[in-house]
Design a binder for this molecule. Structure first.
Ligand SMILES: [Zn+2]
Length: 385
């Protein structure tokens, strides 16, 4: 078996269900029972529900009663503000936190050093701070009145903020329910699994891993799954997510939890392993870009039914137009040359465009310098004459 090499740099991933669940568990131990006395924010867009001052007033005096999770978002359950007898402050609230790509939460002593990537600080009465650090600034927090039954924002409070899909680790997500959800459902498996209004909490990492485990091709049409395929996929989804929660998530990119990193990244079979041997068949793991997202799979173990190959190949050819790479039709599936990479992600597109702009700017600057040098030479020679 080939040795695993250092993975190449990939565009940033987002914390998914196991990572957010790990953060929720860590926070539960750290801040349940603590009281918020104030808040500050230096980047207003992070707060999706309030201006910074109104947000600070909205959380001040509230105890943190518990921590939950819905899909990829954290729910901080806040009690009524101490002493409040009427208005919103006297009602239970929920603070939703979406980490997006680079969001991190830390609980530290107030005097601990900070940095300019910390965008929201909740000050706790016991001298600690709950800090939200977010390099790329795509993370979002919202403060809403809470439905005490569900723990989620009251109906109509946060329309479109939380995922509406099934929770894949909940007891009522059975194989039978999954089959019902898939009934007549159109779309490619990879895209469907990542749809937060279908299943909540699954992103690139665990969609790729569950599909590899269940030997299903990411471009397979969802409505063509047979009962046995559905059972295998259901089992794979639950197994890989439960194992990842157990291992505190995958610490790829910027993910870390308040009580430390996860170790699931060492147990991933396909994600970010393009070119490495498949654990089952030793053939190289492939990487394609579909819908702007990297997709990793084994083209030998995860076969497409014959009748779907032409359609999938057409999809790949169109993805291939941005960054041409030779495609060879294999006996089982379209083989991709090189390290299995095809197409470019949005991040890679942006980087390529940035590079082009930099080159153009450098050329222009060099031309200006040359022109200035020539001008200076003319002036000097003119002065000498
Ligand atoms: Zn394989």
């Amino acid at each position: 078996m080939l040795a695993r090499r250092t993975p190449p740099r990939y565009p940033l991933g987002m914390p998914e269900l196991p990572e957010v669940e790990t953060i929720a568990r860590d926070l539960r131990g750290l801040v349940t029972g603590a009281r918020i006395v104030g808040a500050s924010s230096n980047w207003p867009p992070t707060l999706r529900s309030h201006e910074p001052e109104a947000f600070a007033a909205g959380v001040a005096g509230r105890p943190i009663e518990g921590i939950g999770r819905r899909g990829k978002q954290l729910l901080l359950w806040l009690g009524p503000a101490s002493g409040a007898t009427e208005g919103a402050a006297a009602e239970p609230a929920v603070l939703t936190v979406h980490l997006k790509m680079t969001g991190q939460l830390f609980v530290v002593a107030a005097e601990a050093p900070s940095d300019h990537h910390v965008h929201v600080v909740l000050t706790l009465a016991d001298g600690r701070e709950l800090r939200f650090r977010d390099m790329r600034k795509f993370g979002r927090m919202g403060l809403y009145r809470r439905d005490t039954e569900t723990g989620e924002p009251l109906e109509g409070e946060a329309v479109g903020v939380l995922a509406t899909g099934a929770e894949p680790l909940s007891d009522d997500f059975t194989a039978r329910r999954f089959a019902e959800m898939l009934f007549r459902r159109r779309g490619r498996l990879k895209t469907l699994l990542m749809n937060q209004d279908f299943l909540a909490g699954i992103g690139n990492i665990y969609a790729d891993e569950a599909l590899w485990r269940s030997r299903l091709h990411p471009l397979r049409d969802a409505h063509t799954l047979r009962p046995d395929d559905i059972r295998r996929l259901h089992r794979a989804l639950r197994d890989v997510l439960a194992e990842a929660v157990e291992r505190r998530g995958s610490s790829v990119d910027d993910y870390t939890a308040p009580e430390g990193d996860g170790s699931m990244q060492e147990h991933l079979q396909v994600y970010q392993r393009a070119g490495e041997p498949c654990e089952r068949c030793s053939r190289p793991i492939r990487r394609i870009v579909v819908g702007g997202r990297s997709t990793h799979f084994c083209s030998w173990c995860q076969r497409l039914p014959a009748e779907q190959r032409a359609g999938a190949a057409a999809l790949l050819r169109s993805a291939n137009q941005a960054a041409p790479a030779p495609i060879r039709r294999g006996s089982r599936w379209t083989e991709i040359s090189g390290d299995g990479a095809l197409g470019r992600t949005r991040d890679e597109e942006a980087k390529a465009a940035q590079r082009q702009r930099r080159i153009a700017a450098n050329r222009k600057a060099a031309a200006t310098r040359r022109a200035a040098a020539r001008g200076g030479a003319t002036a000097r020679s003119g002065g000498a004459a």
